[in-house]
Design a protein around this ligand. Structure first.
Ligand code: UDP
Length: 343
């Protein structure tokens, strides 16, 4: 079986590629390298069964050829990171909506099954008032801030995918990822865990936005990958939406404290007003933790690592890289590699 992974050179995509190759599947990683990086997949480039295709989900013909050449599609390609969303809202909406439409259309044309990556952002504001966990059948409540364009575009992707299933019988599953973390996640797009770890290891101030009382749960990337592979293998998951996450909750203030302790850093913690971090009109989510019973019941999924165990691994991964930064640009890497002939 050959799997197409859009966003295959991204953080989650590259881990998924590894996991699929380990189960003897073939993989085509389609990525335009806008936020993904060849660095993430360099170790896979000469592995039998792995192909990298440089292309965009915005290119309808490229998508069509890539989907036709594979048996199943994991659609992870999207605009990522709250900061990028704020800076480039039009690009965010277009990438998420048109890109997903191209994938679904091609899957319909070629009769391919798809997993569509969505996000906990679609739950919007914390309607539970900080007391409950988000469940798949909760209402969606968003505000006027431009931040919510990301949630809206992903919610539209979900509805489009479900409509393709109910109207046209397309086998499709939707996964809502909750703050996925692990090695290879770039701090460049604002994600909190790699940022704190890098800051602490460099003895720079840890930048806690707001007062640090906002709550998150973190999903180990290996668990997220396991969850979506299981979902794709479960017929009863088709046409449905699943939270993919962990129920262990932590405040961002406590996360900063733990990172400091576990790295042995002399960093201080600074509290940065949201306005300063993201510009005017930013609205944070105070409490975001999933209820994962639906996923657990259907697939037997359970998170394997605690927050501390995840932090240990992220610190272990980051420490040596900060002392000797590997090359990042495409130019350094393109020459000697074998490219996919799919596109
Ligand atoms: N955050 C922070 N400092 C940072 C980056 C993020 O305090 O340097 C906060 C952010 O405001 C949010 C939480 O950490 O409350 C998680 O942010 P992230 O961007 O990782 O994901 P989000 O949950 O916002 O999608």
């Amino acid at each position: 079986m050959k799997a197409l992974i859009t966003g295959g050179a991204g953080f989650i995509g590259s881990h998924l590629a590894e996991a699929l190759l380990a189960c003897e599947r073939e993989v085509v990683a389609l990525d335009d390298l806008s936020t993904g990086s060849l660095q993430n997949i360099l170790h896979l480039m000469r592995r039998p069964g792995f192909e990298f295709a440089l292309g965009s989900i915005m290119d309808e013909e490229a998508v069509d050829r890539a989907v036709a050449a594979c048996d199943v599609v994991f659609h992870l390609g999207a605009a990522v990171g709250v900061r990028l969303v704020f800076e480039q809202p039009v690009r965010t909406i277009e990438t998420n909506v048109k890109g997903t439409q191209h994938i679904l259309d091609a899957c319909l044309r070629h009769g391919r099954k798809a997993l569509i990556a969505s996000t906990s952002e679609v739950y919007g504001k914390d309607v539970h008032n900080g007391t409950g966990r988000f469940r798949e059948d909760d209402d969606i409540t968003i505000g006027p801030s431009i931040r919510w364009c990301y949630a809206t575009s992903k919610a539209l992707d979900e509805f489009l995918a479900r409509a393709c299933w109910s109207d046209k019988g397309l086998p499709v599953v939707i996964a809502r990822f909750f703050n996925t973390v692990g090695p290879r996640q770039s701090p460049a797009y604002g994600m909190v865990m790699p940022r704190f770890v890098e800051q602490a290891l460099q003895n720079k101030p840890l930048t806690v936005y707001g007062d640090g009382s906002q709550v998150r749960s973190f999903t180990w990337v290996g668990d997220a990958v396991e969850a979506i592979i299981r979902l794709m293998e479960t017929r009863a998951a088709e046409g449905d939406v699943f939270n993919v996450g962990s129920e262990e909750a932590i405040t961002i203030g406590n996360l900063a404290e733990r990172v400091r302790r576990m790295t042995g850093s002399s960093s201080e913690t600074v509290f940065v007003p949201y306005e300063e971090a993201y510009g005017p009109g930013f609205e944070d989510i105070k409490y975001r933790v999933p209820d994962i019973n639906k996923l657990r019941k259907l697939t037997g999924y359970a998170p394997t690592l605690s927050i501390d165990e995840i932090l240990e691994r992220v610190i272990e991964y980051t420490r040596p890289r900060l002392s000797s930064r590997a090359p990042q640009g495409r130019g350094d890497l393109l020459g000697p590699l074998t490219w996919s002939s799919i596109l």
